[in-house]
Ligand binder design. Structure first.
Ligand code: CP
Length: 364
């Protein structure tokens, strides 16, 4: 049995297989209409969501399964102080698979190690959002036919945008992908994403504050919302929120077949007038999200049936336990009771990073 916490939990071959299954679902929906009959998906959403929760729900319904769960931590026993680990153990008694979204980074990994059913990370703080990445990848696959030889621009909030981090990680495994990072200096891609993904994979990348400069070179433009909910300082959010607004005028220098993506929700960063431009693919992305979540649910349930024993992702990795504390205040270790502090060494100089959140560093 396996969970999907980070997009790199899935190999390139598995992503290809998920894309192919999605295309088969699109072509032959009736074939899949009873594939999950008698199975239950639990949606545990501690953070707001429209697309991810409803697309997981629609996906399970279209597979003939049932859905239970909660939307909002205040509607669950988390509001009484229940841990993610205890919640996962409890939900494992009722459901066959979990999709969960949290503010705390690393919470889905905690749930996957505590429960006895597969867990899909539906977004944990600013850390990962692998099923959004699958929706992005299926859209790129359908629009461009391949993941190789693309120049991909990421624009807006690259600091807090977990979908950006996950998609860069996914693209790092394909040939000749160039990354253009378009953001104000306050919202630049965090160093840990550069150090962990761009640099070790020798990905070509450039950073600029100018969308106009980047536009003509892009095959894909991935717009993002400035993530108000992750700012400690509301004034900084107000100052940065209108930095990039994509309009039809700005698209005049773009390639005719450029593909515009956005994980949504949109606030104002893409003019609604752009929606009718043939390059606008963000609502196709929403629909693709449902199909590839159907494919993922099918795959994980099939694997769990064949091998119900949980694979221990920590085994044999040489991690260091309980010598330091994670310095990321949003890390799940800051709240979860009696959780081991676990660190991995990330480079030859011996620098370490927290295994739960991938963001925090050790402090004494
Ligand atoms: N893209 C995305 O995660 O949307 P929701 O927050 O509406 O789920």
């Amino acid at each position: 049995m396996r969970s999907v916490i980070d997009i790199v939990d899935l190999s390139v071959e598995e992503i290809d297989e998920l894309c192919k299954t999605s295309l088969d679902i699109i072509a032959n929906p009736a074939k899949y209409a009873e594939s999950c009959k008698g199975k239950k998906l639990a949606t545990l959403f501690y953070e707001p969501s429209t697309r991810t929760r409803l697309s997981f729900t629609a996906a399970m319904m279209e597979l003939g399964g049932d859905v239970l769960g909660f939307a909002g931590a205040s509607n669950s026993s988390a509001s009484k102080g229940e841990s993610f680990a205890d919640t996962a153990k409890t939900v494992s008694c009722y459901a066959d698979i979990i999709a969960m979204r949290t503010t705390q980074e690393g919470a889905a990994l905690v749930a996957s190690r505590a429960g006895s059913i597969p867990v899909i990370n539906a977004g944990d703080g600013r850390h990962c959002h692998p099923t959004q990445t699958l929706a992005d990848l299926l859209t790129i696959y359908r629009e461009k036919g391949s993941f190789d030889n693309l120049t991909v621009g990421f624009c807006g909030d690259l600091k807090y945008g977990r979908t950006v981090h996950s998609l860069i990680a996914a693209l790092s495994r394909y040939k000749n992908v160039k990354i253009v990072l378009i953001s104000p200096k306050e919202l630049m891609l965090p160093d840990y994403v550069k150090e962990d993904i761009l640099e070790p994979n020798h990905m070509e990348y450039m950073e600029t504050a100018s969308l106009e400069e980047a536009m003509p070179m892009l095959d894909i433009l991935y717009m993002t919302r400035v993530q108000r909910e992750r700012f400690d300082d509301p004034e900084e959010y107000e100052r940065l929120k209108n930095n990039y607004i994509l309009t039809l005028e700005k698209l005049e220098t773009a390639k005719k077949d450029m593909c515009i993506l956005h994980p949504l929700p949109r606030v104002n960063e893409i003019s609604v007038k752009v929606d009718d431009d043939p390059r606008a693919c963000y609502f196709k992305q929403v629909l693709n999200g449902k199909y590839i979540r159907m494919a993922l649910i099918l795959k994980l349930l099939e694997e769990a049936k064949k091998n119900p024993k949980r694979v221990d992702a920590f085994a044999g990795k040489g991690y260091e336990f309980n010598k330091h504390v994670c310095n990321n205040p949003k890390c799940v270790t800051a709240n979860e009771q009696e959780l081991d502090q676990v660190f991995k060494t990330i480079d030859a100089e011996g620098h370490q990073r927290c295994v739960w959140c991938d963001i925090g560093e050790p402090q004494d």
